[in-house]
Design a protein around this ligand. Structure first.
Ligand SMILES: Cc1cc2nc3c(=O)[nH]c(=O)nc-3n(C[C@H](O)[C@H](O)[C@H](O)COP(=O)(O)O)c2cc1C
Length: 255
């Protein structure tokens, strides 16, 4: 099995060790793509890639797709920084309209998220953004696992190794595992309160306080993604139609 591990930390610490442990126990070949070392420019929001054109930005983003093409499984193993994902991973995520031509192929790949954090009270919401990262590539995370490891090497403490074994298991068997407190549909760990029930911000499922499904949401599913890209292309066309009218608004306010 060929594994691609995506990470976004400069430290040769917990993420790297977690990746090595998982690959060794899967008896897999592993390549590591360290996003922190990549040249990544911000998305220009031109939508060219949504209309089948190559991205005009000259940087290293497209190498991600070649690497995923060659992998059977994609692991996203990366730390929490200030309650969120690390910066370069977000920059890469912002460019992922470019994934559109690859979605059909990538949907057959296995994937999982491991996020490392140093302080239980500061786990934040990185788990959800890392979850989204795989989903915009068309890969459904089979597990989203948070590991408390502050010092480099702590990821290999006993209780943490048990969590790494969960990842080994899901990638080996292709079976999804949901941890306590995760959305039954998409494994989100964060919820919005809405009129006495909970709303999952990723899949938009309506859940009760015990996370039982009241209405299952479909956002970020394959069919939804296909429709969303169609909608985005429609929005570009709409903008071209309304551009002059919108520009007149600017004139009214003199800005
Ligand atoms: C700049 C910075 C910000 C961090 N912010 C958080 C945080 O908000 N919450 C937390 O639990 N840990 C935080 N940490 C701790 C790391 O998530 C933790 O040490 C992790 O194991 C690092 O992974 P690595 O060894 O793979 O780089 C932060 C570390 C750094 C360097």
């Amino acid at each position: 099995m060929e594994i691609l591990t995506i990470t976004g930390t400069k430290r040769k610490g917990n993420s790297l060790l977690a990746a090595r442990y998982i690959a060794k126990n899967l008896d897999a070949e592993m390549e590591i793509l360290n996003v922190a070392d990549m040249k990544i420019e911000p998305c220009k929001a031109c939508y060219a890639c949504l209309f089948g054109q190559d991205c005009m930005i000259e940087d290293e983003v497209s190498m991600l797709f070649e690497k995923i093409e060659n992998a059977d499984a994609v692991l996203l193993i990366s730390p929490v920084y200030w309650l969120d994902l690390t910066g370069k991973v977000k920059m890469l995520l912002d460019r992922m309209f470019m994934a559109l031509p690859y979605l059909k192929d990538f949907r057959s790949k296995r994937g999982a998220v491991v996020y490392l954090y140093g302080f239980e009270d500061l786990r934040g919401w990185a788990s959800n953004t890392y979850n989204i990262f795989l989903r915009v590539l068309g890969i459904e995370p089979l597990a989203v696992v948070g590991i408390n490891a502050a010092l480099p090497g702590e990821v290999l403490k006993n209780e943490n190794v048990e969590k790494l074994n969960v990842i080994v298991d899901v990638i080996k068997n292709g079976r999804r595992i949901r941890s306590d407190g995760q959305c039954p549909v998409c494994l989100s760990e964060i919820f919005r309160q809405e009129n006495g029930s909970l709303r999952c911000p990723i899949c938009r499922s309506k859940l009760d306080i015990n996370l039982n499904i009241i209405n299952e949401g479909e956002v970020m599913r394959d069919e939804w993604m296909d429709e969303h890209y169609e909608w985005l292309r429609g929005m570009k066309r709409l903008y071209m139609e309304q551009r002059e009218e919108l520009s007149r608004l600017r004139d009214i306010y003199g800005i």
